[in-house]
Design a protein around this ligand. Structure first.
Ligand code: GLA
Length: 698
């Protein structure tokens, strides 16, 4: 409430055309104003909203079936138990009414293209599998949120997944989760509470390990504990009462357990190994790595392809008892992200999240033709880019003297304003793609979320002269006449201010944005140096805090707010992407950051929707007025899927709670028999033994 009043009062001031700063300091135009209205998104798909229980349920069916060749080559020969014995007591059943094309048929291949490369299979210890949907299909999580884009607002709670149900204690401090009972890993070993406990105790909580996507204990609340009750029950204890928000953090990508029976063989607590040996102990060459997901990696050729085959123990079925998935094989061609768009449009690939605006026009044009092999539909504006200034003044990433001096600048409000005012966002957006796609985006939550409120979103209009004046005001002047501002004489010998901008070279968009930013900042005399490195190194640098500034595509909390919420502010020592605890474990928060933390904590603690909406308006005002991050641009993405696929949920956004690879529910997608083509590399095979030679034919 307190912040709300402040916001109203600020709006009043702006309306009256009074800027306290302008009055106090005379010259500067560094006055916040409401962000301009955005152009409507073209070619946007429609969504049919449903309650959660319209999508899935857990129940035993009278009978089950599987592809004929599995029965014939594996079950009848005694190599696999019958399908009913491979399924849990009550499998997850997808309801036909929610499947756009209904019950499917077996067979077919989904050919992905990715720009990432696999480090190995140890997601639990932070290894990337190459992104683009590989890890999303291998690892199942306690809950699932990506399909919530189609769920009615008043039923907004994560879907059950590995946890098939949960109940709260009367006082709301305990949450008992019931796991699917009798389900198995893809190698036939039972999935139990021990897998969940190993993930929590020895990966999330163990300070020497950080899972991929950065799960930390604090994401689940202060002093939260988890314990095993029995093989299929775990119990959470929270300090807060009814913190339903944490159910979202139990979805992708923060609570997706790996196979404890495999991982423990290299974890230092259970084996005579180092943490490095644990992280790197399951290289991409290790085939048939056990998963709970619908497909298992059976082939890896460096810089060429990863192939996955159907998991014979998968624990989801359709209402007629067909074991899922329908699709037998998944391909991931190891290429570039830009090539993913090209191939999906050309029909040599099947799927792309069209997220690099440089490819929009040509893709739209081709997709509009009758003969186009793929469908393309835009979603809301949920792809946003921010430049993040490292706000730790007390040692995160162990800065040297120069980097420490930059941190002090980053923490100066006038400096952040100068940087944001130096950016011509219209031009930045137009340099990626002309037309109505990109919008002026000052930072804060994305305009595509239901929590967005334009009137609470402030920005400092493009004003290079004002920006220069602000730099001068804080003592940054070009004392040697070389066009770039210098430090004051007593800092770093009065040298040029050099700032290093970290970014991932995997995406053309990131590189183009950084070049635009560097050029525009040069106009106000700020010398910014590009440090463009591959995605794997980029992730490692940013988590280490080893950056002055970085360009980062927005994480889910900006696109969905309720997903990964603790990332919206430094509510814990390791929750924010640009301000984490220093070497002594403490955070040196500035007053506006304390406000953000307070707002986010309140948001997490309440289940009152009206209050949440108000809190997010306050968040937006505090974040954008104080330039917590430097927004660059924001645009919609489009999902491109080959026309031969069925059961692709309409309107699935490429990014909201998670990426579209999760939202489209690939395990229930299918291809009619006559359209399946001849794409399978390993027809009629299943994954072999973990670490074995690849797929086996029975
Ligand atoms: C990368 C891609 C996204 C999406 C994700 C899935 O980040 O850029 O479009 O495919 O992988 O993890």
């Amino acid at each position: 409430m307190h912040f709300h009043k402040r916001r109203l009062c600020l709006t009043g001031l702006l309306a009256a055309g009074i800027s306290s700063l302008a009055i106090a300091s005379g010259a500067f135009a560094s006055e916040a104003t409401v962000v301009p209205e955005q152009p409507p998104v073209p070619a946007q798909a429609k969504i049919t909203y449903v309650p959660r229980d319209a999508i899935e349920e857990y129940r035993a069916l009278p009978s089950y079936s599987e592809p004929d060749w599995v029965t014939k080559n594996f079950v009848d020969t005694g190599k696999l138990p019958p399908v009913k014995d491979r399924l849990p007591k009550e499998p997850l059943v997808f309801k036909t009414g929610n499947m756009p094309d209904g019950i499917g048929v077996y067979g077919g291949t989904l050919r992905h293209v990715v720009g990432g490369r696999p480090e190995g299979w140890n997601y639990a210890a932070g290894q990337a599998q190459g992104w683009g949907g590989i890890d999303i299909e291998m690892y199942e999580c306690l809950t699932r949120t990506a399909p919530l884009y189609q769920v009615e607002a008043d039923d907004m709670e994560p879907l059950p997944n590995l946890a098939k149900s949960w109940d709260w204690s009367e006082d709301g401090h305990k949450l008992t989760m019931h796991l699917i009972e009798g389900a198995k890993w893809s190698d036939g070993v039972p999935f139990t509470a021990d897998d969940v406990m190993f993930y929590w105790d020895d990966n999330i909580v163990d300070p020497n390990v950080t899972p991929l996507n950065g799960a930390t204990k604090e994401m689940f609340g202060k002093n939260t504990t988890l314990k095993k009750i029995d093989d299929y029950t775990v119990e959470w204890t929270f300090e807060e009462a009814f913190p339903r928000q944490y159910l979202f953090n139990m979805a992708y990508g923060n609570f997706c357990p790996g196979p404890a029976h495999i991982l423990k063989t290299k974890h230092p607590k259970y084996a005579n190994t180092t943490y490095d040996e644990y992280r790197n102990g399951f290289p991409p060459e290790m085939l048939n790595f056990p998963v709970m997901g619908a497909w298992v990696p059976v082939e890896y050729r460096p810089d060429d392809i990863i192939v996955l085959r159907r998991n014979p123990y998968y624990w989801k079925v359709d209402e007629e008892g067909h074991q899922l998935p329908y699709l037998d094989e998944m391909h991931y061609k190891l290429s570039t992200w830009a090539d993913r768009d090209v191939q999906a449009i050309a029909g040599s690939g099947d799927f792309s999240n069209l997220e690099q605006p440089e490819n929009f026009v040509v893709s739209l044009r081709r997709a509009a033709e009758e003969s186009a092999p793929a469908r393309l539909a835009f979603g809301p504006r949920t792809i946003g880019y921010n430049m993040r200034l490292n706000l730790s003044g007390n040692g995160w990433g162990e800065p040297d003297e120069r980097a420490q001096a930059v941190r002090e600048l980053n923490r100066n409000e006038d400096f952040r304003k100068a940087v944001t005012m130096a950016l011509d966002r219209q031009k930045l957006g137009d340099s990626l793609v002309k037309g109505p796609f990109t919008a002026i985006y000052p930072g804060g939550i994305d305009s595509g979320t239901s929590f967005y409120d334009r009137q609470s979103t402030y920005y400092y209009p493009y004003d290079p002269e004002g920006a220069k004046a602000l730099l001068a005001k804080i003592g940054l002047k070009d004392t040697d006449g070389n066009g770039f501002v210098n430090w004051p004489a007593d800092t770093l010998g009065g040298k040029d201010v050099d700032i290093v901008l970290l970014l991932s070279s995997d995406y053309n968009t990131d590189v183009n944005l950084s070049e635009g930013v560097i050029g525009q900042l040069q106009q106000i005399g700020l010398h910014v140096i590009q440090n463009s490195i591959d995605g794997i190194q980029f992730e490692s640098s940013r988590y280490r805090g080893d950056f002055d500034w970085m360009i980062m595509r927005n994480p889910p909390e900006m696109a969905a707010v309720v997903q990964g919420t603790s990332g919206l502010a430094p509510v814990g020592p390791r929750t924010s992407a640009h301000h984490r605890a220093g070497t002594d474990g403490t955070l040196d928060l500035m007053p506006y950051e304390d406000q953000l933390v307070d707002i986010v904590d309140q948001f997490i603690a309440t289940n009152d929707n009206a209050k949440r909406a108000e809190l997010m308006k306050d968040y937006q005002t505090v974040a954008t007025k104080n330039v917590d991050t430097i927004g660059l641009t924001e645009f919609p993405g489009a999902l491109i899927i080959n026309k031969r696929f069925r059961n692709v949920a309409s309107g699935a956004p490429i990014f909201m709670f998670n990426w579209a690879e999760d939202a489209v529910i690939r395990e229930r997608m299918f291809v009619p028999a006559d359209l399946q083509g001849d794409y399978q590399l390993f027809p009629d095979t299943l994954p072999g033994k973990p670490g074995g030679d690849g797929p086996v034919s029975g």
